[in-house]
Design a binder for this molecule. Structure first.
Ligand code: SF4
Length: 81
């Protein structure tokens, strides 16, 4: 799944997005509420909050490698590493 704001996009590998435990961790980690959980526990990306991203990397730290990307649309689609 991927959602794009004006400045920031977030992409999460589909299998990871279905993992309720990962969704819970991401929902807790992000200081600007870019992540939420759906009724079945699955991950949701909150479109309206994407551009509030502060590039803190907490979501990357909470995710298995290569499952989540924060993409800087304002910087030639550079991926936050
Ligand atoms: S880098 Fe920080 S603010 Fe941006 S989506 Fe990840 S946890 Fe949220």
């Amino acid at each position: 799944m991927r959602k794009d704001g004006t400045f920031i996009a977030v992409a999460v590998e589909d299998g990871a997005a279905a993992d309720a435990e990962l969704a819970r961790k991401l929902t807790e980690a992000c200081p600007v509420d870019i992540f939420a959980q759906g009724a079945g526990g699955e991950l949701e990306i909150v479109q309206d909050n994407l551009d509030e991203c502060v590039l803190c990397r907490l979501c990357l730290d909470a995710s298995p490698p290569n499952t989540l990307s924060v993409i800087k649309l304002y910087d030639g689609d550079a991926v936050l590493a």
